[in-house]
Design a binder for this molecule. Structure first.
Ligand code: HEC
Length: 98
């Protein structure tokens, strides 16, 4: 019984913990690619090139904060996207590095 409870707890908790790359990719295409480029190669002047790892040496939390608040011409995404959605995009950004 104990083991069963533990297993059902893990089953319920784990999907929330892991980033959803598929959703991150969709959110990126919808909200970010216009400025950062479909493959993270950059677009508007000053936008970091994620395919070269630019700015990605920061922690997920630091990047989350920037995207929530906005930076220069990048609009604030707080209230548009949930933190969970932004973190999924950040996990996706890290896959664009070549
Ligand atoms: C209107 C254009 C635009 C859009 C839309 C946009 N960005 Fe940006 N983004 C920028 C620019 C320009 C910068 C560089 C800002 C600076 O530091 O001068 C930037 C910077 C960043 C950074 C680096 C922040 C840091 O702390 O160094 C991240 C991460 C980022 N964007 C992610 C995203 C994500 C994720 C989305 C979509 C949810 C997004 N951006 C949408 C233009 C945009």
């Amino acid at each position: 019984m104990r083991a069963f409870l533990l297993l059902s707890f893990l089953a319920a908790a784990l999907p929330c913990a892991a980033a959803d790359l598929a959703r991150g990719s969709q959110t990126y295409a919808l909200h970010c690619a216009v400025c950062h480029g479909p493959a993270g190669q950059g677009g508007v002047p000053g936008a970091p090139k994620f395919n070269r790892g630019e700015r990605l040496m920061q922690s997920d939390l630091a990047l989350l904060e920037s995207v929530r608040r906005g930076r220069n011409i990048m609009p604030a995404f707080a209230g548009v996207l949930r933190d969970r959605e932004i973190l999924d995009v950040i996990a996706y950004l890290r896959t664009l590095q070549r």
